[in-house]
Design a protein around this ligand. Structure first.
Ligand SMILES: [Zn+2]
Length: 182
């Protein structure tokens, strides 16, 4: 199939500079100049379909703006976008305390059966922390320790969102995020 020359054409914020070889799937790749100053190599198919319209700056701006303007929207739209940013950890769902939480501390709950405090951290489908404590403060400490260890490296990238947590009971969102606009 003859390659369609996209040089000089503009797609959203991207202007095609030159042909940059073929990907394994056979699609032509194009070096593009973004209006933000960055360059990016983009799949020609994605350019022509309008799937990719910037080097990635548009999404970053959009997210930052949305978070600034209304932290609550993070909980909704964040499920998709933030999911991507934090490598599968549903940080967004966690910006609020679950209504069933009576301890006042995310990830710490009272177990009536045993009369003890559960400290949990659920991430990427795994329970990274699941311990019981007689003492509430110890449970909180254990939870915070786990957050430091597992969550902080990830949420450091989502600067505007804090504090963060993942739901104790529900699975993180695992559905595939559609590879959409940049
Ligand atoms: Zn850009």
């Amino acid at each position: 199939m003859k390659r369609k020359d996209l040089t000089g054409q503009t797609f959203g914020r991207l202007t095609v500079v030159e042909y940059a070889g073929h990907a394994k799937n056979g699609n032509a790749q194009w070096l593009c100049q973004c209006t933000c100053g960055n360059t990016a190599v983009v799949d020609g198919y994605r350019l022509r379909r309008g799937t990719t319209t910037s080097c990635g700056c548009y999404r970053r701006e959009y997210m930052a703006k949305a978070i600034r303007e209304n932290p609550k929207t993070v909980a909704q739209m964040g499920k998709k976008a933030q999911f991507k940013q934090t490598e599968g950890v549903n940080v967004a769902a966690a910006t609020k305390l679950r209504s069933t939480n009576r301890s006042g501390v995310i990830g710490v709950s009272f177990d009536r059966q045993s009369g003890k405090w559960n400290a949990r951290l659920f991430m990427k489908g795994r329970l990274l922390l699941n311990k019981q404590f007689v003492n509430f403060d110890e449970a909180v400490r254990a939870r915070h320790q786990a957050e430091k260890e597992f969550l902080e490296p990830l949420i450091a990238r989502v600067n505007d969102v804090a504090p963060c947590d993942v739901p104790v009971n529900s699975q993180p969102v695992r559905r595939q995020t559609r590879a959409s606009a940049n």
